[in-house]
Design a protein around this ligand. Structure first.
Ligand SMILES: *Cc1c(COP(=O)(O)O)cnc(C)c1O
Length: 398
């Protein structure tokens, strides 16, 4: 019996990848060992975050960084820092923000449920552009001038969601924002690999970038990274860490805090106090980041591909079409599409996905393309045994 069985739960076969809903990515043994060791000792969290700052800066090429409670938390803290800077009065007011500039301009086509994290800091989102391709009403994407036209006295920054086909290009948005002295906060939560994005996204000049720690980096699921300008990461740090020190003893790390900016003393617990990151989580993330950045996971890519090929081979006689999508960059893991011939099978991909979940052990296939009759398989959490079980269960369900 394992811990989940003790709780009366059945562990699932996760064929959906690092999705949060199913527990994220598997942490490497080295990460787990580092977390166990870290949990046994005590260190001031401020100094641990200062070490994280140095390591994150080295890996991303930015001035500063902190470990946050997920990329979503990095977005809340980044938005808070852009609105407050080092102003303790503003920090204390958040999420109330009516008395100072609080608007972030965002392309309408980049809106998602994750931007709730930015609104949670008290920010207001001002949308520009349209979503004409999705609405079927045109071919144009958002254009950089539309941001500029929306900038006004209440604009405090730009929120940009990075993907490899985001429009307009991040560098154009950065240029237009900087022309008006506005910082750009980037959601790049799931944009790794390629690991070059750790450097390439910040090198566009983006002021703050959020990465998820629990996706491809394979750190603790509840971690993320906020990386960027030191004068913005600092106020984010100050609104994250616990402030219950005696003001006359408080000696914040110089990597993150300009004490001259806080002559009156430390702020109170900030909006990010609810986003606590523990010492073992910080150590786990830093260990995983080191592995990821060094390419330590690349050697597993061939094994992922083999597992998907075994599944495809097992389904070769079935009324489905299997296609492996492989970026072939040596670091991204391949994905398998299983297109269900719904007429021949007499069941939809939705029916099959639901039946896989309802079986024993429950199998959670990727659900992103079900409307196109396709089950997707992400191999990140699969081994040879679970891959074979998945193939067998798909056959039975068909
Ligand atoms: C996953 C994701 C997030 C949230 O990341 P967490 O680390 O789970 O907080 C935010 N934005 C996008 C685009 C994501 O894919």
């Amino acid at each position: 019996m394992g811990v989940y069985e003790d709780l009366g739960l059945t562990p699932i076969i996760n064929a959906s990848g690092s999705v949060t809903r199913l527990g994220g990515a598997p942490m490497p043994r080295k990460v787990l060992d580092a977390m166990t060791e870290a949990a046994a000792g005590s260190v001031p969290l401020e100094f641990l975050q200062a070490k994280a700052c140095v390591n994150i800066a080295a890996v991303t090429g930015v001035e500063a960084g902190i470990v946050t409670a997920g990329a979503a938390s990095a977005l809340t803290l980044g938005a808070a820092a852009i609105m407050t800077r080092w102003d303790r009065g503003r920090m204390e007011l958040l999420p109330r923000s009516e008395s100072f500039p609080n608007e972030f301009v965002i392309a309408r086509e980049q809106r998602s449920g994750y931007d709730h994290a930015v609104r949670a800091a008290g920010a207001r989102l001002v949308e520009v552009g349209f979503n004409e391709i999705v609405s079927g009403a045109g071919v144009r994407r958002t254009e950089a001038w539309e941001y500029e036209a929306a900038f006004g006295p209440n604009t405090v920054g730009v929120l940009y969601v990075f993907t490899n086909n985001s429009e307009p290009p991040l560098s154009e948005v950065v240029a237009i924002a900087h022309k008006h002295g506005l910082p750009v906060l980037v959601d790049a939560a799931a944009e790794l690999p390629p690991r070059s994005n750790l450097i390439d996204i910040p090198s566009t000049g983006a002021d703050l970038v959020a990465f998820s720690g629990g996706k491809s980096i394979r750190g603790p699921q509840s971690t993320g990274i906020l990386a960027g300008r030191r004068d913005l990461v600092g106020p984010a740090f100050a609104q994250l860490v616990d402030m219950d020190d005696h003001p006359s003893l408080w000696d914040p790390p110089k990597e993150l805090v300009d004490i001259d900016q806080l002559k009156g003393g430390p702020p109170r617990h900030g909006i990010g106090r609810a986003h606590k990151v523990s010492k073992e989580e910080i150590v786990g993330l830093l260990t995983a980041l080191e592995l990821f950045a060094a390419g330590a996971y690349d050697e597993e890519v061939a094994g992922y591909r083999q597992r998907l090929e075994r599944i495809a081979a097992a389904l070769s006689e079935a009324p489905v079409t299997c296609t492996i999508h492989d970026r072939g960059d040596g670091e991204s893991f391949p994905l398998l599409d299983i297109v269900v011939h719904e007429d021949a099978v007499g069941k939809s991909a939705f029916n099959i996905c639901a039946a896989l979940r309802a079986g024993s052990p429950p199998i959670y296939a990727g659900h992103g393309k079900l409307a196109q009759g396709t089950l997707t398989v992400n191999p990140l959490n699969l081994d040879d045994v679970t891959a074979d079980t998945l193939a067998r269960r798909v056959l039975e369900t068909l």
